[in-house]
Design a protein around this ligand. Structure first.
Ligand SMILES: [Zn+2]
Ligand SMILES: [Zn+2]
Length: 451
């Protein structure tokens, strides 16, 4: 097992506010709630991913006053059983309503939590126990690492919220290069953007230009995923691709990496030349801070949607579509969809960005795909689809506004934008209210419920 140096807890969008609301609804009493969390290792950092919040009813308390709290034994047992059943870690949260700033664990907290940590060490050695104490304007958090003895590690709390923070230690950013934008946008946001890692999947007409735009904005860490190589028919729209690249059939990720380093030699770029739908490589994206989905198929979007929900990673999906009728232009559209994983935050499936019928046939045999085209179920996948630089340019720049805003928080987030090329208009699509197998209650991945 890898040595754990740091520990952190990622909270889905909206959960931190929900915790505060449940703990401070009445300042004359201490309240508790519980987080059930999955976990993953990112380098030497143990990252806990909160999936359930459990808020006890009034009847689940033995007593609670302004200075003490006791939960019924059977309620605690039901939570521990749930951890055991789902192999989840537990974070115990309680309030100290009498503390405003500088809240601290009491000696009673220490004794009580030590006992729970010992239980985890003994009965659920692959899971973890930790705790948070919340004052009105402050909190402290810790995780017990099971070793021969229990080791208390300070737990970094990372709620998904705008502006996004990465949890990485601040690094220097070049204020001279970004002088003009720092006159309008926040320095903290610029720092977070420089520390963030962007996982861009699909480095074609959209992804390549977006990566270059991000580098100009000040992004410094990239994971680029595409198995495709340059060809002559890409030259009408792929930023930074040259005729020589097309002749040499250079990997698209290598072209983008070259362009990024020309903009800023400090940029760190990891390239993955694989088809993520065929390999398990999508797991390599679990450590990025934002996933950017710019692929030309639905199956990859489906997988990236799952990665985003499972590992609580914000995702921005972009795509364009030009339609023709009997060989002439009929319409052109593009979408930008931003997902902040959390309760009531529709994913790509329920926002209908992903077409499940297309996903089904993308996984089917070539023969049955051809049959589906003949029957009119899906579009002809063997015919190259129309594409043009200006439509891609509009969409990737609209996406850059949204991504910049994730870090700098200069406007309300526009979750779902649709651009119409013929009308030159941008529409905001309202959220649909569908039950979803991926992101809603009862779904398979992020299952944020109160029980
Ligand atoms: Zn306490
Ligand atoms: Zn969904």
């Amino acid at each position: 097992m890898k040595k754990i140096i740091n520990t952190e807890l990622v909270l889905p969008f909206g959960m931190f506010a929900q915790i505060k609301a449940s703990l401070f609804k009445d300042l004359s009493k201490e309240y508790v709630c519980y987080l059930l969390c999955g976990h993953t290792m990112i380098g030497n950092t143990l990252r806990l991913l909160a999936c359930y919040i459990v808020i006890p009813d009034e009847t689940d308390y033995v007593r609670h006053s302004q200075v003490s709290v006791k939960i019924k034994q059977e309620f605690l047992v039901s939570i521990l059983k749930e951890c055991e059943r789902l192999k989840l870690s537990l974070i115990d949260i309680h309030s100290h309503p009498f503390s405003v700033e500088n809240v601290a664990f009491s000696s009673i907290d220490d004794a009580d939590e030590n006992e729970k940590a010992e239980w985890f060490k003994r009965y659920l050695p692959d899971c973890y126990f930790g705790s948070i104490v919340m004052g009105i304007n402050s909190h402290q958090s810790r995780l017990y690492l099971p070793s021969t003895q229990l080791i208390e590690s300070s737990l970094l709390l990372r709620p998904i919220e705008i502006p996004l923070k990465t949890g990485k230690t601040a690094k220097f950013f070049d204020s001279k290069t970004h002088d003009r934008q720092l006159r309008a946008f926040s320095k903290e946001g610029q720092q977070a953007l420089a520390n963030a890692t962007f996982g861009i999947v699909g480095l074609g007409g959209l992804g390549a230009g977006l990566a270059i735009g991000l580098a100009r904005l000040g992004a410094k860490h990239f994971k680029l995923v595409d198995f495709d190589r340059a060809e002559t028919s890409n030259l009408n729209r792929v930023d930074g691709m040259t005729k020589i690249d097309a002749q040499l059939k250079t990997f698209k990720v290598d072209i983008v990496a070259r362009n990024l380093l020309e903009i800023n030699p400090e940029i760190k770029c990891q390239t993955i030349k694989k088809n993520i739908t065929k390999h398990q490589d999508w797991r390599q994206l679990r450590d990025v801070d934002v996933i950017i989905t710019a692929t030309d198929n639905y199956l990859s979007r489906m997988l990236l949607n799952i990665v985003s929900q499972m590992y609580l990673i914000p995702q921005v999906s972009i795509g364009t579509k030009i339609s023709t009728k009997e060989g002439t232009l009929d319409g052109g559209h593009g979408h930008i969809y931003t997902v902040l994983p959390g309760h009531n935050q529709p994913c790509l499936l329920c926002a209908e960005i992903i077409n499940p019928v297309e996903v089904y046939y993308e996984m089917a045999s070539h023969a049955s795909r051809c049959q589906a085209v003949k029957s009119g179920y899906i579009e002809n996948f063997e015919e190259p689809s129309p594409a043009v630089a200006h439509l891609n340019g509009v969409i990737l720049n609209l996406a850059l506004v949204e991504i910049h805003n994730l870090f700098c928080g200069f406007k309300p987030i526009s979750k779902h934008l649709l651009y119409s090329m013929l009308e030159q208009e941008v529409f905001t699509i309202l959220e649909s209210d569908r039950n979803c197998a991926t992101c809603s209650q009862g779904g398979g991945f992020l299952d944020v419920v109160i029980w």
